[in-house]
Design a protein around this ligand. Structure first.
Ligand code: ADP
Ligand code: MG
Length: 720
C-alpha cells in the first residue's frame, strides 16, 4: 500500500477491508465486531497445527486427537438422508473416513466420487476402530492458494477463532488477517514503556501479529507456550486488557477517596425499627447485621463503597430498602438500578408497598414508560419529591436530574459492566458536583459470590458484607437432570401435575428467535407447542423483546394466579418473585452458565413448599453433562459461582468480555489472577506519578480507559 498509514482505519467499519460486504459486516457487528479494531481484538481460542500434510498411510501411527491435513481422492460416499454424510478418501490403499452430521446439499456435490479434496481436522478412531475425522474443514481451495503463493506445503499454524453465527470460519480468518496486515501497526501502545520493558513484552503490533499469525517456523517449545497462553505476545494482550480496567478502577478509587460523601446524620436504630415495622416479616439476623454495617457507612463522611453478597433469595432487597429509608430520613435521595424492566417493576412494587408504611416515596423509571408518566417521574425526582427511584439503565440517561442524590444501588451487578456501575454514580448530572465535591454512596448487590482475590482486584476498594443466612422455611429445590425427549415429557408431565395441585411453574428456553437449524428450543415455538400440551393449564409467554407493557401484564397475570405457567427466556433470571411457583423446567440447559442456572432455579421454592427444577438437555457431551450434574447436586450458590468462574473466566466478573483474558483464563486461571494483581499494582504506581493521566505520554492510555469506562451501551437482556 502506498502513502502514510491512516490511523482512522482502526475505527472504520469492517467493510473497509476487502472481503466484507454489508451482510457479513452486519453479522459480525452482532457479535460485537463492528470495526477493524474489534477484529484485531478478536483473539483465537487456540491453534491447529496444520504444518505437515500427511499421506493417508501415515495416519495409522498417529495418536487420537492429532490435528492433520490430508489430500486425497474421494473413493466412495455414504449418505444417510440429511442426517449423516460419510466420505471415504483413499490413497495408496490406505483409507480415511470423513463424517459430517446434518450435511447440506452443497456438500454432497463437493465430495463427488473421484474429486481430489484436502481436509483439515482432528484424527480419531471411530467406534469400529477405523480412522475418521468428524466435521473436518475443507481446505482444498486454501491449500491450492497457499501453494501457489509459496513453495511451502501444508497450511501452517492456523488460528481457531470463536464461531460467529452465519459467517464461515474462513471468512472470519481472512478478515482478521487483512486487519492485521493493514492495521496492526496503527494500534497505539497504551502500556507505559517501563511496564512493557519490565515484562519483556513485544510491541503491541508485534503481539497482534504473533497471536493472529504465528510463524510456521515456530519451535516446538514456543508452540507449546502459545498453546497454553504463555507466549509473551498473548500475555501482553491479556495484561493490557486488565491494566486498562485497573487504571479505570484506580482512578475511580482515588477520586472517591478524596471525595466527601453524604453524611446521613440520623439515628440508625430508629430507622431500623421503622423498617421492621414496615416489613411483612421479621428480618433475619443476617439482614440486620448487613443493615447495621451499611448504616455505619452511610452515617460516615466518606462515600460508601460496598458490595452486598447473598445467595438467590437471601433477601438483599430488604437491605436496599433500609438503606434508602435511612438516606430519605436524612433528606437525601436514592437510585436503584436493576438489569431488566420486569425486575425494576417488581422492585418498584415491593419497595413502594414497604415504603408506604415507612414514609418512603418510591417511583419507577424505564424505557417502557409513556411520555407523560415519564415526565412526571423525572419532575418528581428533580424536585426531590421522590425518595427512591427504581429503574433500568434508563437511569443513566442524561435527562435524569436528581436533586439530592445520596445513594446509588446496583442490583444484580453481574449483569452490568464496571462502566455502567461507575456511570450510575455520575447519574443525574450530579457527579462531579463542582460545588460540594460530594460523591453518592454506592451499594452493589450480587448473588454471584466470587473468590476474594478477584473480588478485590475487580471491585477495587469495595468492601464486602455477606448475607449468609436465608429467610426461614426455605426448602432446597430438588433438581433433576434429564437427557433427551423422554425426560422432557416427564418434566412437562410434572409441570401439569404441579399445576393440577394448585402450583405454578416456568419453562425456560434460551433463545427468542426461531432457529432454522440445530433444532434448539426457541421460546416462541415452545410456547405454541406447550400451550395445547399443558392444557388445561393456562400458559403465558414472556421474553425481553416484548413491549414492556406486555411483559408487565403477563407477569402480573401470573402473580395474580390468572396464568399457571410462564414460558420465558432468561428475562426470568432476575426478579420474578412469585411464592406459588414450585416447578421450573429449563430447556437446552447446556446453553446457560452455571450461576445463571442457579439464579433461574432460585425463581422457585420461595413460598416454603417443596419445589423442583428440571434441567433438560439433548446433548450427550460428557463435559456438558458433568457441568449440569454439578448444578443438580449443589444448592450452594457460592460453590456454583466458583465452579462457573473456573470454567468461564473473569470476563464474567468485569461484566464484559475481556478479549485477551477469556481464552487465557481457560488455560491458566492462576496465571490470570497473578496478572490481575500485577495490573493493579502497576496501575496504582502509574497514578502515583500522574494522578489524572494528563501527561502526553499517557494520552493513548487515557483514551483507552475512557473508551472502556465512559461509553454507554445498553445492556443485553437475553443470553443466547
Ligand atoms: P434476593 O434479592 O437476595 O435474591 P429477595 O430480596 O428478592 O432476595 O427476597 C426473596 C424473597 O424472600 C422475597 O419474596 C422476600 O420478600 C422474601 N424475604 C426476604 N427477607 C425475608 C425474611 N426475613 N423473612 C421472610 N421472607 C423474606
Ligand atoms: Mg434480588
Amino acid at each position: 500500500m502506498a502513502g502514510a498509514p491512516d490511523p482512522s482505519l482502526l475505527d472504520q467499519p469492517v467493510t473497509a477491508l476487502p472481503g466484507a460486504g454489508p451482510v457479513t459486516a452486519a453479522r459480525l457487528a452482532e457479535r460485537g465486531l463492528g470495526s477493524v479494531r474489534d477484529l484485531l481484538a478478536f483473539l483465537p481460542l487456540g491453534y491447529d497445527d496444520f504444518r505437515t500434510r500427511y499421506p493417508l498411510s501415515a495416519l495409522a501411527t498417529l495418536p487420537d486427537g492429532q490435528t492433520v491435513v490430508v489430500q486425497a481422492r474421494v473413493r466412495r460416499v455414504h449418505r444417510f438422508f440429511r442426517r449423516l454424510l460419510d466420505v471415504y478418501l483413499e490413497q495408496d490403499g490406505a483409507e480415511l473416513r470423513a463424517r459430517w452430521f446434518r450435511p447440506n446439499a452443497g456438500m454432497v456435490k463437493t465430495y463427488a466420487k473421484g474429486n481430489l479434496v484436502a481436509l483439515a481436522g482432528t484424527l480419531r478412531r471411530g467406534k469400529d476402530g477405523s480412522l475418521e475425522m468428524v466435521h473436518p474443514r475443507n481446505v482444498t481451495a486454501l491449500l491450492a492458494e497457499r501453494e501457489a503463493l509459496s513453495s511451502q506445503s501444508g497450511l501452517g499454524l492456523r488460528p481457531r477463532y470463536p464461531a460467529v453465527e452465519k459467517v464461515p470460519g474462513r471468512v472470519v480468518e481472512k478478515l482478521v488477517a487483512a486487519a492485521v496486515e493493514r492495521a496492526a501497526g496503527l494500534v497505539p501502545d497504551v502500556l507505559p514503556g517501563r511496564v512493557a520493558q519490565g515484562f519483556g513484552f513485544p510491541s503491541i503490533a508485534e503481539s497482534l501479529r504473533q497471536v493472529h499469525q504465528p510463524e510456521a517456523s515456530l519451535s516446538d517449545e514456543k508452540l507449546a507456550e502459545l498453546l497454553v497462553g504463555q507466549a509473551p505476545a498473548q500475555q501482553r494482550l491479556a495484561f493490557e486488557d486488565l491494566f486498562v480496567v485497573q487504571v479505570g478502577l484506580a482512578l475511580e478509587r482515588a477520586r472517591a477517596r478524596q471525595a466527601t460523601g453524604w453524611r446521613c446524620a440520623v439515628d440508625g436504630e430508629a430507622v431500623l425499627t421503622s423498617a421492621r415495622a414496615a416489613l411483612p416479616f421479621a428480618p433475619t439476623s443476617a439482614q440486620e447485621r448487613a443493615i447495621r454495617t451499611v448504616f455505619a457507612d452511610l452515617t460516615s463522611a466518606t462515600p460508601m463503597q460496598r458490595l452486598l453478597q447473598g445467595d438467590v433469595g437471601s433477601g438483599k432487597t430488604v437491605v436496599a430498602f433500609a438503606a434508602a429509608l435511612l438516606v430519605a430520613r436524612a433528606g437525601g435521595q436514592s437510585l436503584l438500578m436493576a438489569p431488566t424492566e420486569v425486575l425494576a417493576e417488581q422492585h418498584g412494587r415491593t419497595l413502594a408497598g414497604w415504603g408506604n408504611k415507612a414514609g418512603l416515596r418510591v417511583a419507577v423509571l424505564h424505557a417502557g414508560l409513556e411520555a407523560q408518566a415519564r415526565r412526571r417521574v423525572l419532575a418528581s425526582v428533580a424536585t426531590g419529591a421522590t425518595d427512591l427511584l427504581v429503574g433500568t439503565h434508563a437511569l443513566l440517561e442524561e435527562s435524569l436530574r436528581v436533586k439530592r442524590l445520596a445513594l446509588a444501588i446496583v442490583d444484580e451487578q453481574h449483569r452490568f459492566g464496571v462502566r455502567q456501575r461507575a456511570a450510575l454514580r455520575r447519574a443525574g448530572g450530579w457527579i462531579p458536583d463542582e460545588k460540594t465535591g460530594m460523591v453518592p454512596h454506592l451499594l452493589v448487590l450480587s448473588a454471584t459470590p466470587i473468590p476474594r482475590t478477584l473480588a478485590l482486584t475487580a471491585y477495587g476498594d469495595l468492601e464486602l458484607v455477606t448475607l449468609d443466612e436465608s429467610p426461614p422455611g426455605r426448602q432446597p429445590v430438588a433438581t433433576h437432570l434429564g437427557v433427551g425427549e423422554a425426560a422432557r415429557h416427564q418434566a412437562l408431565a410434572a409441570v401439569k401435575a404441579a399445576v393440577a395441585a394448585g402450583g405454578q411453574g416456568f419453562v425456560v428456553c434460551p433463545a427468542i428467535v426461531e432457529q432454522k437449524q440445530g433444532g434448539r428450543a426457541s421460546v416462541l415455538s415452545r410456547f405454541r407447542e406447550l400451550r395445547p400440551l399443558l392444557a388445561p393449564a393456562r400458559v403465558g409467554l414472556l421474553h425481553g423483546q416484548m413491549p414492556s407493557r406486555d411483559q408487565e401484564e403477563v407477569v402480573s397475570a401470573f402473580r395474580a394466579g390468572q396464568l399457571d405457567v410462564l414460558v420465558a427466556t432468561t428475562v426470568l433470571e432476575v426478579g420474578v418473585d412469585v411464592p406459588r411457583a414450585s416447578i421450573i423446567v429449563i430447556e437446552d440447559a447446556e446453553r446457560f452458565g452455571l450461576a445463571q442456572l442457579h439464579q433461574l432455579r432460585g425463581r422457585v421454592g420461595r413460598g416454603g413448599q417443596a419445589s423442583s427444577c428440571h434441567l433438560l438437555t439433548g446433548g450427550q457431551d460428557p463435559e456438558t453433562l458433568d457441568r449440569l450434574a454439578f448444578v443438580a447436586a449443589t444448592s450452594d450458590g457460592f460453590s456454583i459461582a466458583e465452579e462457573d468462574l473456573r470454567r468461564r473466566g473473569p470476563g464474567e466478573i468485569y461484566g464484559e468480555r475481556q478479549t485477551g483474558v477469556v481464552g487465557l483464563w481457560m488455560r491458566d486461571p492462576a496465571g490470570v489472577v497473578a496478572l490481575v494483581e500485577r495490573a493493579r499494582q502497576e496501575a496504582e504506581a502509574l497514578l502515583a506519578e500522574d494522578s489524572e493521566l494528563t501527561s502526553s505520554q499517557h494520552a493513548a492510555l487515557r483514551q483507552a480507559v475512557e473508551a472502556r469506562w465512559l461509553r454507554r451501551r445498553p445492556i443485553a437482556e437475553e443470553a443466547g
